[in-house]
Design a protein around this ligand. Structure first.
Ligand code: MRU
Length: 337
């Protein structure tokens, strides 16, 4: 995802892995729709995309006064905020852009500040991922097999990735690392995106159905679990793609360390776990596989997109500021605040 002369260019992740298609947007509502339909997805990626969406409204605004421009920005921000509820990065990105633009003294100043801010966010995201990747890589031993979930890679961020950033950094350190990739039903981010990214980079990976995770752990084939996060609350609960909690419970059962890897923008220091909305997505994702119906018409469907892993199942958290250890409530405040 890049900002270029008043436009945002990104990969259409819904077309992968069969087609590498780029889309270019010039209006906030186009970016909001892209977030809603998962053309762009992954917590850090939607945070920066939403900020860029809001910035598009600012730089392309025809409003003559700063006051009118700021009112227009507020409505673009509200629209972008309504796209997806769980990843806190979305709100972080929009608020950061809005706070910066609100310091402007003129319309011209506002447009310049919006561009500067999204460019910094783009650079900072990659730098944070590289940093946390290098820190997390110290937890990985040569020859390890790492289980992940969903896609927490370059596609889910501006670049490099969080959980896959840890894997990439370990490989860059010369370690041999194998990655087990659950397909991640219903939207199949594991099969479509993680398997694509890793194969493209020549990192050894094995795709499996989500239901094979238990047996694989029982057979002793997982050395570490490394996942991303959509929100980590101040009380140490990790919200991530549905299926992550299952992996965490299994990891505890089989004595396998469980590490979430996330940048500061994923931490929500204001909320505790009971205040977070878990996104419920449409039934079509479950009753169809890539557009083909697999269940009877009219069957009731439950489709929560994320789950919540309690702190007692977390071995340590990987961030660009270092590792966080239990007790998490204290550790998070010390490292992140
Ligand atoms: O629904 P998605 O594909 O946006 O969910 C993404 C995840 O759950 C990722 O694991 C998380 O955002 C971390 S990405 C670095």
């Amino acid at each position: 995802m890049t900002w270029n002369s008043g436009k945002v260019k990104m990969i259409d992740q819904t077309a992968l892995p069969t087609r590498l298609r780029y889309v270019t947007y010039s209006k906030p509502e186009q970016v909001a729709e892209a977030i809603r339909t998962m053309v762009v997805r992954g917590a850090p990626a939607i945070g920066v995309a939403a900020a860029m969406g809001a910035a598009l409204g600012v730089v392309n605004s025809k409003k003559p006064s700063l006051e009118e421009l700021l009112t227009e920005l507020d409505s673009a921000a509200a629209m972008l905020r309504s796209t997806r509820p769980t990843a806190v990065n979305l709100f972080w990105g929009i608020d950061r852009l809005r706070d910066k633009v609100r310091t402007a003294k003129s319309v011209r100043d506002a447009k310049e500040l919006a561009v500067e801010e999204v460019k910094s966010m783009e650079e900072e995201d990659i730098a944070a991922n590289r940093k946390l990747g290098a820190i997390g890589a110290e937890l990985i031993d040569d020859g390890d097999t790492v289980l992940t979930q969903c896609n927490a890679g370059a596609l889910a961020t501006v670049g490099y990735g969080t959980a896959l950033g840890v894997v990439r950094a370990a490989v860059e350190q010369g370690k041999l690392v194998k990655v087990l990739v659950p397909e991640t039903r219903p939207a199949l981010q594991g099969a479509r995106l993680t398997a694509y990214e890793l194969s493209k980079d020549g990192i050894e990976c094995t795709l499996m159905s989500d239901t094979a995770v238990g047996l694989t752990m029982q057979r002793g084939r997982v050395d570490k679990v490394v996942v991303g996060a959509d929100r980590i609350t101040r009380d140490g609960y990790v919200f991530n793609k549905i299926g992550t909690y299952t992996e965490a419970v299994l990891a505890k059962r089989h004595g396998v360390p469980f590490y979430p890897a996330a940048p500061r923008s994923t931490f929500d220091l204001k909320r505790t776990h009971d205040q977070v909305v878990i996104e419920e997505r449409g039934a079509d994702e479950v009753v169809k596989v890539r557009g083909k119906r697999i269940a009877p018409r009219g069957v009731p469907v439950s489709n929560p997109a994320f789950d919540m892993t309690p702190p007692e199942l977390v071995s340590s958290m990987v961030t660009e500021r270092g590792l966080i250890f239990p007790p998490y409530e204290e550790g998070i405040l010390k490292v992140i605040a």
